[in-house]
Design a protein around this ligand. Structure first.
Ligand code: SAM
Length: 286
């Protein structure tokens, strides 16, 4: 790692660099963020689009590097976030569209990309309160599903998403894109099944697991009595026995037609809006 690279060591004094070459080592480092290994090592990730980057900074996310296309230079909002990035000790890169395409792996890239520190909450710091709904996902594999669930959790007013077991990375480019910015508003937790079950016992929440063999119609559950954790199963194999057995209720969404099951993100959306039906109204919608 050279001193110049965006994630190496402590924050440096902010600076603006112009980059035109794909062979530039900073560009190589940023491109490597498409790999989970690099995201894990650097604990950073990439978000595309001016609005997303502004929202993230407004919500207090730490920006490490701002990358913008030469053609975006001089735009007032771009200049503002560049100034904020520099003020917070980050790096600002002005690049060619060819470089932006390479970084984002897109033919028509967004004009602005931000590299942010990842943010995780700890399960033991989560103490669900009245009217809170949490989503717990068992081994979610599909990045699009996870992104859609984070976006839906945000829209339904859920308090956060708990990733149980070996889940797809919420900070992958595909998931970040699918969250449409909600990633920055929804707390994320990662845990293992045994730790989740231990936490559940002391949490005071009712865990409503969804299962194709669930005996309870999801519409008759009392979601107002205690805080709720909606537990959703893996796309291929559903919920494993050990998790399903310890849930407070096994809920099923009645289906008709030929489909065996609903898509995970769709099932989560149905559950979330039912569990929070008594808390959501058009009057309160922003
Ligand atoms: N073959 C899997 C199985 O046997 O469970 C299908 C899993 S389904 C695609 C993914 C998850 O969505 C399920 O584990 C469950 O959490 C939820 N789900 C989908 N359809 C559902 C339904 N009709 N009722 C309750 N949960 C459902």
């Amino acid at each position: 790692m050279t001193e110049d690279r965006y994630h190496a060591g402590p924050r440096r004094v902010g600076q603006v660099k112009e980059i035109t070459s794909l062979a530039n080592p900073i560009v190589k480092d940023i491109k490597a963020l498409s790999q989970k290994k690099t995201r894990d090592e650097t604990r950073t990730f990439m978000a595309e689009g001016l609005k997303l980057v502004i929202d993230a900074i407004e919500l207090g996310w730490a920006i490490r590097t701002l990358v913008y296309a030469k053609s975006a230079k001089g735009k007032p909002l771009v200049e503002q976030i560049a100034a904020r990035t520099i003020a917070s000790g980050g790096l600002v890169l002005e690049v060619t569209e060819k470089v932006l395409s390479a970084i984002t792996r897109r033919d028509n890239p967004q004009m602005v990309v931000g590299i942010f520190d990842q943010r995780w909450s700890a399960l033991n710091d989560i103490h669900p309160k009245a009217n809170e709904t949490w989503v717990a996902l068992d081994r979610v594999r599909d990045p699009g599903n996870l992104g859609t669930i984070i976006r839906t959790a945000d829209a339904a007013g859920a308090s956060g998403v708990i990733l149980v077991g070996d889940c797809t990375d919420p900070f992958s480019m595909e998931t970040v894109r699918a969250t449409m910015g909600s990633l920055f508003a929804v707390p994320l937790i990662k845990t293992q099944a045994d730790e989740f079950l231990r936490w559940k016992k002391g949490s005071g929440a009712q865990v409503v697991a969804t299962h194709l063999a669930g005996a309870v119609d999801y519409r008759v559950i009392d979601y107002a009595r205690r805080p709720v954790v909606l537990l959703m199963g893996n796309e291929q194999s559903g919920l494993p026995e050990d998790l399903a057995r310890q849930a407070d209720a096994l809920a099923r969404i009645p289906q008709t037609g030929r489909a065996d099951s609903l898509n995970l993100a769709i099932a989560t959306a149905v559950m979330l809006f039912e569990a929070r039906r008594h808390l959501l109204s058009l009057d309160e919608a922003k």
